[in-house]
Each structure stands twice: as structure tokens, then as C-alpha cells.
Design a protein around this ligand. Structure first.
Ligand code: DC
Length: 209
């Protein structure tokens, strides 16, 4: 069973994907980490504006060496969004993601184009979203726990900027697949979101026989 979870920045899709994968005993890939790792490499080597260098970094990516903790920063989210807009970078990461999805027993993948491009035949497709203000508030609370100078306004501005770039790019823009189920978590907590997602997965499983 392949479960595709897409949605905008800070929608909670990563937390949900991890939780679902743990519950079902499936491997989980947060595909945002792939783009973050490419962005990190380009920032470190001063090649963020260089399309060929970013595509080369994507081709050379070692998935087993990804460090989620160091990659989940605001600056790397921004760098990831820049390199992710390039078709050359996206093309270099397609096979890796499809191989992950094709593991025996299935997998859970989350990102922006899993249900539309990477796994169009996924058993279940979820499109997880929440209002920009709710997403900014959740992200701000996480940041404020570590950084007393964190600003809600700055986080909200960053979310608007990333939404615009991820949704308006020509290459695999953030889009709800026609057959994805919309899960708006604006008024839901983590437990309620998990329960709603499980109900959708069970229904899809029953349909698939
Ligand atoms: O989900 P995230 O915030 O870790 O993703 C970082 C950036 O990577 C995001 O702004 C857009 C890009 N991304 C993408 O284009 N396609 C994916 N499947 C996952 C992430």
C-alpha cells in the first residue's frame, strides 16, 4: 500500500506521515528532506543560483546520510524551495522516490507532488492543509521554544513566500490531485488529524479490496 501525503509548508504532513507509517509498520520518506539536502549543499558551496550545480548535487544525493535535525531550519526550507522549482533538480530525484515507494509492502511518502507526479497510482492520497495563520502559529511555537527572538510575523511572511513559490512554479507545482482527499487541519489537533487520516486510509483500503 502506497500512501501519498501532500500539502504546503508547515501543514503537519511530515508529523502525520511519520505517525501513519509507524502505526502501519511502513517505511516513511519525508521528500522535503531531499530538496533541503540539495539546498544545503548549494548554500555551503555558494552555488544556489547555479542550475547545473544544483542538479548535480541532486544526482549525487546520498539518502542514507540525511540528517533531519540539521536540515529542518527556516533557511534550508527557503533554499530547498528555490532548488525545487528547477525541473533539472526534480528530474534527478524522481527515480529515488519511486524506488522508495515500490518497496514490498508499500511506503508512506510526503511532499508536494507525491500524489500528482511521483506516485499517481498511490492507494491513498491525502492533501493536508491549514490556513497560513494556523501554520505560521504552529511553526512559531516550535521556533519560540528554542529562540526567544522568533517572530510570528516573520514566520507568516516566510510561509506566504514559500506557498507562492511552491504553488506557482511550472515544474510539479503544489497541487491537490483530483483523487486526493482534502484534510484541513486548521481546527484539528495532532490526535484528531491522525484519527481522520486513519479513517480515510481504512476507507480507501476497503475500496481497494
Ligand atoms: O516539506 P518541506 O518544508 O520540508 O519542503 C521544503 C521545500 O522543498 C518546499 O518549500 C518545496 C520543496 N519540496 C518540493 O518541491 N517537492 C517535494 N516533494 C517536497 C518538498
Amino acid at each position: 500500500m502506497i500512501i501519498a501525503i501532500d500539502g504546503p509548508a508547515a501543514s503537519g504532513k511530515g508529523t502525520l506521515g511519520k505517525r501513519i507509517a509507524g502505526h502501519l509498520g511502513l517505511p516513511h520518506l519525508d521528500t522535503g528532506l531531499l530538496y533541503r539536502a540539495v539546498g544545503a549543499h548549494c548554500l555551503a558551496s555558494g552555488t544556489l543560483d547555479d542550475i547545473a550545480a544544483s542538479a548535480e548535487a541532486a544526482r549525487a544525493l546520498d539518502v542514507s546520510a540525511l540528517d533531519p535535525e540539521s536540515l529542518r531550519t527556516g533557511a534550508l526550507g527557503e533554499a530547498a524551495s528555490v532548488v525545487a522549482a528547477r525541473p533539472e533538480v526534480r528530474a534527478a530525484l524522481v527515480d529515488l522516490q519511486r524506488r522508495f515507494a515500490a518497496q514490498p509492502g508499500g511506503a508512506v511518502l510526503d511532499g508536494r507532488d507525491i500524489g500528482t507526479v511521483i506516485c499517481p497510482d498511490a492507494t491513498v492520497k491525502l492533501f493536508v492543509t491549514a490556513s497560513p495563520e494556523v501554520r505560521a502559529d504552529r511553526r512559531f511555537r516550535e521556533l519560540a521554544a528554542r529562540d526567544p527572538l522568533a517572530s510570528y510575523e516573520a514566520v507568516l511572511a516566510d510561509i506566504h513566500k514559500r506557498d507562492a513559490r511552491d504553488s506557482n512554479r511550472a515544474a510539479a507545482p503544489l497541487l491537490k490531485a483530483d483523487d486526493a482527499v482534502l484534510l484541513d487541519t486548521s481546527a484539528l489537533g495532532i490526535e484528531e488529524t491522525f484519527a481522520a487520516a486513519l479513517a480515510i486510509i481504512e476507507a480507501a483500503r476497503a475500496r481497494a479490496g
